[in-house]
Design a protein around this ligand. Structure first.
Ligand code: HEC
Ligand code: HEC
Ligand code: HEC
Ligand code: HEC
Length: 464
């Protein structure tokens, strides 16, 4: 070899070693192979029984009890009221239980406690326990399928012990400790999208285990109350909107009738999985687990952190393994996304809330159900796209473009709803009621508008 060739060969070896190390750093699996421990059969759905067997994972999981604030000022590990933070939500959810109490989420440790203490609990059904741990699957579903879902909530939760809410079995098969998806609603809905989750790759599982609960779902009404996701057309706000109108589920039209506008409304639930699914990160194979469950090291043992919270609290382990920016620079970047999203979110929410009041005023001024049909459909649409971002958990960060687009569609639809309702009252002066400022204590209203016609079966095509 000439001197030059030696240099080149040397440089190549260095390159391979350098990029190899980089690669290993990013995708490395825990070096320590963990042993499968024996957990007593009757304690497999708990968490305490795993404390000694898997102390590193257990202790980090216990950290989800932490209530520290969010470094960005959005979200955070303690419950605060969305109704107080954004009072327009009181009007938006009027007539539905979310106008009574709508608090921000806390850590997984509290999942059972929070649902048992919720002011929205009275009158709920068994289906509400689906995303609070694997009891629904390991006990009820294995016994009698979805039967539990339409039984009274109180009856269904009675046998569940405190420590059986959100156990390790929520993500792990308790026999093998392999990642698993227990929520059969997710399995069924992904199948409609053509995805067989039982054949998922290991990396896909690192998103699906979270996606099984962090998604937009609804309860199939007349069938058996089972939990289902509107995934069949795809995982965007437009595709999911279309799902609710194109006959995929002829038995489900709406969640509630808004007492002011008389519009048939849909409530969106936290579509974190769908928001993430075509983000820059997802397209680069970066999953929920990469950011929310970074690898840790203790006494030379490498393990996966189970402290699922705002990853910016652990910038070095969660983000800096891939990003070179300083914490301050990245925090600023995330906050800019948050601020922009929040600003448009408020605009969309406030305009949509106004649309409900304008439709009410038009109705009181004599506009007929037929004349108001278009504006009712538009306010339903505006609120759907607003809520798709509002209910998502990371104030735009998970996928800024997708969130901005949804908010743009929402703001446009809300203005068109107002225009359409105003046009229905020729020359008439509309008297717009003041917005409510305090959460409601009930969902019944004596002056509720009950439109004389059913919601249109065929909605206008979703925005392009
Ligand atoms: C069994 C359903 C379920 C699964 C599986 C699940 N979550 Fe959650 N998650 C919840 C619920 C319910 C809450 C809210 C709990 C509360 O407010 O009491 C929550 C809350 C959170 C929070 C908010 C914590 C805070 O500080 O506010 C984060 C972050 C989170 N989950 C991330 C994840 C990640 C990452 C995964 C996958 C590794 C995951 N979740 C899997 C149901 C689930
Ligand atoms: C919200 C989902 C979720 C819950 C709840 C959960 N785990 Fe995990 N766990 C994971 C994920 C994701 C991994 C990473 C697996 C992988 O990529 O192979 C993991 C990995 C592990 C591993 C493998 C070693 C390691 O550290 O990577 C063990 C052991 C483990 N978890 C134990 C537990 C125990 C014990 C509990 C209950 C105290 C628990 N897990 C609760 C999602 C969860
Ligand atoms: C690239 C890293 C990254 C990925 C991938 C990611 N997240 Fe997040 N997530 C974040 C950050 C950062 C925040 C906090 C954003 C903020 O404060 O503005 C967050 C916030 C959240 C929250 C709210 C936490 C709180 O404080 O209330 C939940 C819940 C959540 N993510 C769940 C998920 C789920 C489920 C997935 C996968 C489908 C996922 N995340 C994928 C980085 C990520
Ligand atoms: C496993 C690697 C990995 C992790 C972990 C990771 N990222 Fe990224 N991130 C990427 C890749 C790859 C890109 C795309 C790079 C590009 O296109 O330039 C990206 C892009 C971004 C972008 C630009 C997004 C856009 O729309 O252009 C931001 C902001 C970002 N990441 C923030 C974070 C934060 C905050 C965390 C921690 C919570 C984090 N990332 C964790 C790999 C990662």
């Amino acid at each position: 070899m000439s001197k030059m060739q030696k240099y080149i060969a040397g440089a190549l070896v260095l390159c391979v070693a350098f990029f190899g190390l980089m690669f290993a750093r990013v995708i490395a699996k825990p070096a320590t192979k963990f042993e499968l421990r024996q957990i007593p059969e009757d304690q497999k759905l708990t968490r305490m029984a795993y404390a000694e067997a898997y102390p590193l994972q257990f202790n980090s999981y216990k950290m989800t009890m932490d209530k520290s604030p969010s470094p960005t000022g959005f979200g955070g590990a303690d419950a605060y009221s969305h109704l107080t933070e954004q009072p327009e939500q009181i009007e938006l959810f009027k007539g539905y239980k979310f106008s009574i109490q709508y608090d921000d989420d806390r850590g997984h440790w509290y999942a059972g406690e929070d649902i048992l203490n919720s002011k929205r609990r009275p009158g709920q059904l068994g289906s509400c326990i689906v995303c609070k741990g694997s009891y629904m699957y390991d006990v009820y579903f294995k016994e009698s399928g979805w039967e539990f879902a339409s039984k009274p909530f109180d009856e269904v939760v009675a046998p569940i012990k405190d420590d059986e809410w959100f156990g390790c079995s929520s993500c792990h098969d308790p026999e093998t400790m392999k990642l698993r998806i227990y929520n059969q609603g997710f399995v069924e809905s992904m199948a409609e999208l053509g995805i067989d989750v039982s054949k998922a790759s290991h990396n896909d599982m690192r998103a699906y285990v979270c996606g099984q609960c962090h998604n937009e779902y609804y309860f199939k009404k007349k069938e058996d109350g089972r939990v289902h996701m509107p995934f069949a057309n795809g995982l965007g706000p437009e595709e999911e909107w279309k799902y609710y109108h194109d006959g995929h589920d002829p038995k489900f039209d709406y969640d509630w009738i808004h007492p002011d506008s008389g519009a048939a409304m849909l409530k969106v639930q936290h579509p974190d999985f769908e928001v993430w699914t075509d983000s820059v990160h997802a397209l680069n194979g970066v999953t929920c687990v990469d950011c929310h469950m970074p690898y840790m090291r203790q006494d030379g043992v490498k393990y996966t952190s189970h402290y699922m919270t705002n990853p910016l609290k652990h910038y070095d382990t969660a983000c800096a393994k891939c990003h070179d920016e300083s914490y301050e620079t990245m925090l600023h970047r995330v906050q800019t996304i948050n601020d922009n999203t929040f600003k448009l979110l408020r605009m969309a929410g406030q305009t949509t809330a106004r649309a409900h009041k304008v439709i009410k005023a038009a109705h009181l001024a004599g506009a007929t159900d037929e004349q108001l049909a278009e504006s009712r459909q538009l306010v339903r649409e505006a609120q759907w796209y607003w809520d798709w971002v509002s209910a998502e958990s990371a104030m735009g960060f998970h996928n800024p473009d997708k969130c901005m687009k949804a908010l743009g569609i929402s703001i446009d639809a809300a203005h068109r709803a107002i225009e359409s309702a105003t046009a229905a009252v020729k020359g008439g002066q509309l008297e717009i009621e003041a917005m409510p400022t305090e959460p409601f204590t009930d969902t019944k209203f004596a002056d509720a508008i009950k439109p004389g016609m059913a919601p249109p079966a065929q909605a206008p095509a979703p925005a392009q």
